[in-house]
Design a protein around this ligand. Structure first.
Ligand code: NDP
Ligand code: HEM
Length: 496
């Protein structure tokens, strides 16, 4: 399953499987229980009852600490353009080549049962089952992010979740953080535009956000950013529509995805790459390791690579979607992480959380298992279900030769040395508002978008404390003086 194909159906209407206990013994009444006589207490020997209750007691695993609410489907990536000048990535090596994949979309801040239409970035995570291992793209629907310093991630996320005392969402915490960490402004502009409430998962883009390196066997490399543009067109909810939908159908996005695929309306995305050589990167106006910045498309055009199409629903949500485990560190030959510190920290964080959420052998769960893996030096552990490499030696034995394929790292572009320091990426400065203003101008190209933005912010900010509101008005004034004034005017009218 997973790697080669999607799971075999275990459910057939015309079959009547014999019901058994979990150890396979047939049982006549699944709802019955044992007692002596007709009024006696339960019998401990009733394995069926105890097994049923005990298993039920353990049905929940930890939900994802972020991106807990999601939906997913299987699909295929097809190469449409030759990119052999850029990398030796096996998945891209022939035009027309198809690679199976699984995709999971998600909201970020809410719990597993939260509403799909919340204003939030959306996760757009893909696992490609390539011939040279699983390659995960753990992307969002926004090209930038709130932070560029990795330590801030848990701190920032706490402010978007619940107040530790009231257990309520808290507008003061939310805006207090954002107005005191103004490198987030570009992402805040995206989040409070109508793209912060996509109509469906099918109608949004995906972006790598981070810079990666695509490499070739001679050690050369280019820096890249990947974009997935929806072929369905961007479609968004207004704030009012999103709020209404969250009450009427909190699972709207999951339902929309499942039903579209069931009807044979397969959603697709055209995949592009932006490319900078190391020399171009050095001279580039923007620091390419700063996750709060995009590479303007007029400066670095999008180059098409392929098409992603989703064409099969999961058979079992828990097995295939809840247990799927993505990581930016699941890379393949021909691609390397850049030195972006947020990306570097993510390389650690995801497998770490998977070991907690799913266990040390999470890569053996069918949906996560690569097409080919042979790693007999990783042995045992809870739920070692793949045969545990049988009699293969658990060390590099001279009695069992393995083939070690050379995967040459890229020639280093970044070089570093010196004492360890505790530093932020850089202090917030006027440059951090340039692309935020660029987006404000982009919103101005479509009638009503700027007005919606102001109203989306005001409706949320009005619930924050006075001094937080004031600091936030000042922050938006750094994007555009009129924007700051308009937000202030509308927000103060809404303050209760
Ligand atoms: P261009 O002026 O060349 O194009 C504007 C881009 O803005 C579009 O391609 C579109 O990205 C995006 N966009 C359009 N409407 C909205 C909206 N309502 N909300 C959010 N994004 C929208 O863009 P530049 O590359 O010079 O960037 C201008 C601004 O656009 C940036 O400051 C950035 O905030 C935003 N943007 C840039 C992206 C990039 O990678 N360069 C990607 C997405 C947004 P798309 O085609 O991807 O939908
Ligand atoms: C999920 C950590 C930044 C995209 C997660 C999870 C963790 C995490 C712990 C839960 C994973 C799980 O339980 O399976 C972090 C840290 C970050 C960071 C520490 C920064 C330091 C980002 C960024 C992006 C992103 C910048 C996008 C560009 C995602 C997505 C998921 C996710 C899409 C959901 C994956 C799924 O569907 O299972 N993140 N994250 N994260 N993250 Fe991040």
């Amino acid at each position: 399953m997973g790697a080669n194909d999607t799971p075999a159906s275990t459910f057939r209407y015309n079959e009547k499987p014999v019901y058994t206990t979990s150890n396979g013994a047939p049982i006549d009444n699944p709802e019955g229980w044992q007692r002596p006589g007709t009024i006696g207490p339960l019998l401990l020997q009733d394995f069926h009852l105890i097994d049923t209750l005990a298993h039920f007691d353990r049905e929940r695993i930890p939900e994802r600490v972020v991106h807990a609410k999601g939906a997913g489907a299987y699909g295929v990536f097809e190469v449409t353009h030759d990119t052999s000048d850029l990398s030796s990535i096996n998945m891209f090596d022939t035009v027309g080549k198809k690679t199976n994949c699984i995709v999971r979309f998600s909201t970020v801040g809410g719990e597993k049962g939260s509403a799909d239409t919340a204003r939030d970035p959306r996760g757009f995570a893909i696992k490609f089952y390539t011939e040279e291992g699983n390659w995960d793209w753990v992307y969002n629907n926004t090209p930038v992010f709130f932070i560029r310093d990795p330590t801030k991630f848990p701190l920032f996320i706490h402010t978007q979740k619940r107040n530790p005392q009231t257990n309520l969402k808290d507008a003061t915490m939310f805006w207090d953080y954002l107005s005191t960490h103004q490198e987030a402004i570009h992402q805040v502009m995206t989040l409070f535009s109508d793209r912060g409430t996509p109509y469906s998962f099918r109608h949004m883009n995906g972006y790598s956000g981070h810079t990666h390196k695509w490499t070739k066997p001679d050690g050369s490399f280019v820096y890249t950013q990947v974009h997935l543009k929806t072929d369905q067109g961007i479609k968004t909810f207004t704030n009012e529509e999103a709020t209404k939908m969250s009450a009427e159908n909190p699972d709207w996005n999951a339902q929309d995805l499942f039903e579209s695929i069931q009807k044979g309306e397969y959603p697709s995305w055209t995949v592009y790459v932006q490319v900078l050589t190391p020399e171009e990167a050095e001279k580039f106006k923007w620091n390419i390791f700063d996750l709060t910045k995009v590479w303007p498309q007029k400066d670095v055009p999008l180059r098409p690579i392929g098409k992603l199409t989703l064409n099969k629903n999961p058979e079992n949500y828990f097995a295939e979607i809840e247990q799927v485990a993505f990581s930016p560190s699941h890379l393949v030959p021909g691609v390397e992480p850049s030195i972006d510190p947020v990306l570097q920290s993510r390389l650690f964080s995801y497998p770490d959380t998977h070991r907690h959420r799913l266990g040390t052998n999470y890569q053996q769960i069918p949906v996560n298992a690569p097409l080919k893996a042979f790693n007999p030096f990783q042995r045992d552990g809870a739920m070692a279900i793949n045969g545990n490499y049988g009699a293969n030696p658990n060390y590099p034995s001279s009695y069992r030769q393995l083939t070690y394929k050379a995967v040459k790292p890229s020639v280093t572009h970044e070089s570093w040395s010196g004492a360890a320091v505790h530093e932020l990426f850089q202090e917030v400065n006027d440059d951090d508002f340039v692309q935020a203003k660029g987006l404000w101008d982009v919103l101005g190209r479509t009638p009503g978008q700027q007005e919606n933005f102001i109203s989306n912010v005001s409706g949320h900010l009005a619930a924050a404390h006075q001094d937080t509101r004031t600091r936030t008005y000042e922050m938006f004034s750094r994007v555009d003086a009129d924007l700051g004034n308009s937000i202030k005017e509308q927000t103060e009218k809404l303050v209760k």
